[in-house]
Design a protein around this ligand. Structure first.
Ligand code: NDP
Ligand code: HSE
Length: 436
């Protein structure tokens, strides 16, 4: 059979990894796909570097339109990133009847509904395994492996950069900016690293997972997003004293009222496997009603781990290219006519446990005032830690862990606690998940 022809848009970190792995494992991949997969054309702004990376073996152009408009190309791989030119090129490729593979979670989380609709109408596939958790086949697991289940919740370390930063800061005592630079040098970070550290990248990925777990449209605009930039070293230490690790988690839960979709630093019991995922590694916990808890672990970023997922999509498309579109795996796991309108809940309605840190006067009655406020709002206390005041100091930190409550109750409690004359400054609030 004649080779399937692929056009590669963007030969940066993931693009070059894809080119190299496809070449190195060509024979094995052909045996699996049943047909040879050949990168026939590459587009990149830096033509010289692209020629060097492809050893002059492939036609290289600097105008990506030449690839998406080339009638000989069967599959377009979009590895440029962002939602500007990348969106135009993906839509043009679809309009030209080409299948698309992309690692671009930002694009799919924000414009996925439009892209999948266009693909559906044209009868082409848009595959995106690499868009979530790098090399971990989590899309395949959610969309196919767990298809018998009603997915109840997903919680994942789905941003390698921030997990790398938290691990290096904790283990080596390095400062935030030094470790962020290392993550950039290692190819983990997004072109704009604020997407990583402010939780946006993780929220893109959580949005995609929620969509295929529950059969709902992509709704990134309704996700709650909080990164790690405001996290304080003292909270990491206090959490450890209480037996918890702090990780940036992407969380989505199905509740009777709707779907929770949120990204924030989260305390996790240190005995959980996921609490011990370090460096740029990712891990995703999925709870299904039939299977129970399942855990997926692996490299969440970097050239070849991500290439592994890109090439898996290429093979899937190659195998299914001749299948009738109605008999392929639906893009969002559920048939397009069966997409649900379950609402995404506002943050005030989500239910979780909390870590509260407050700076108080060390005198009788202070703790009683705080616990009364919590009790009045039906917030029950799970654990408490009071630090000894430093030498000559009259104020100290109190840390309280609560049982589960609605976010709006904890916000009301914090407002009242901050109004106490014995409490100084703001109450620090972090969310806690037992993940049991
Ligand atoms: P890079 O910045 O390393 O690569 C992007 C490449 O696209 C660069 O070579 C860039 O050229 C080129 N490019 C930019 N604009 C154009 C254009 N108009 N036409 C053709 N080429 C263009 O990014 P990554 O490889 O890291 O990421 C690619 C995608 O993969 C992103 O969507 C990212 O979110 C996603 N991803 C990345 C992971 C990773 O570990 N890095 C993991 C999972 C997903 P130039 O450098 O000259 O601007
Ligand atoms: N910037 C992303 C991360 C790349 O650090 O996880 C992988 O999607």
């Amino acid at each position: 059979m004649k080779p399937i022809k692929v056009g590669l848009l963007g030969i940066g970190t993931v693009g070059s990894g894809t080119f190299n792995v496809l070449k190195r494992n060509q024979e094995e991949i052909t045996r699996r796909a049943g047909r040879s997969i050949e990168i026939a054309m590459v587009a990149d702004l830096n033509i010289e570097r692209a020629r060097e990376l492809t050893n002059g073996e492939v036609e290289v152009v600097n105008d990506a339109n030449l690839v998406v408009n080339n009638p000989d190309i069967d599959i377009v791989i979009e590895l440029i990133g962002g939602y500007g030119i990348a969106k135009d090129l993906v839509l043009k490729a679809i309009a030209n009847g080409k299948h698309v593979v992309t690692a671009n979670k930002a694009l799919l989380a924000t414009h996925g509904n439009e892209i999948f609709k266009a693909a559906q109408e044209k009868g082409v596939m848009v595959a995106f395994e690499a868009a979530v958790a790098g090399g971990i086949p989590i899309i395949k697991a959610l969309r196919e492996g767990l298809t018998a289940n009603r997915i109840q919740w997903i919680a994942g370390i789905i941003n390698g950069t921030t997990n790398f930063i938290l691990s290096e800061m904790r283990d080596k005592g390095l400062d935030f900016n030094t470790v962020l630079k290392q993550a950039q040098a290692l190819g983990y970070a997004e072109a704009d690293p604020t997407f990583d550290i402010e939780g946006v990248d993780a929220a893109h990925k959580a949005t995609i997972m929620a969509s295929i777990a529950y059969g709902i449209p992509m709704q990134f605009d309704k996700a709650y997003v909080e990164g790690i930039t405001k996290l304080e070293a003292s909270d990491i230490r206090y959490a450890e004293d209480l037996g918890y690790r702090i990780k940036l988690l992407g969380i989505t839960k199905r509740t009777p009222e709707g779907i929770e979709l949120r990204v924030h630093p989260t305390l996790i019991p240190e005995k959980r496997l996921i609490a011990n995922v370090e460096g740029a590694m990712n891990a995703v916990l999925v709870q299904g009603d039939a299977v129970g808890a399942t855990l997926y672990y692996g490299k969440g970023a970097g050239a070849e781990p991500t290439a592994s997922a890109v090439i898996a999509d290429l093979v899937d498309i190659t195998r299914l290219a001749t299948a009738d579109p109605e008999h392929r795996v639906p893009h969002l796991a559920f048939q397009p006519a069966a997409i649900s309108d379950l609402p995404i809940l506002p943050m005030s309605e989500i239910v979780t446990s909390y870590y509260l840190r407050m700076h108080v006067e060390d005198k009788p009655g202070v703790l009683a005032d705080v616990t009364r406020i919590l009790a009045d709002l039906s917030i029950s206390i799970d654990a408490m830690l009071q630090k000894e005041p430093g030498e000559g100091e009259t104020r100290t930190d109190i840390i309280i862990l609560t049982h589960q409550t609605k976010e709006k109750n904890i916000i009301a409690a914090i407002e009242k606690i901050e109004a106490l004359a014995t409490v100084t400054g703001s109450v620090i609030k972090l969310r806690l998940e037992e993940l049991s």
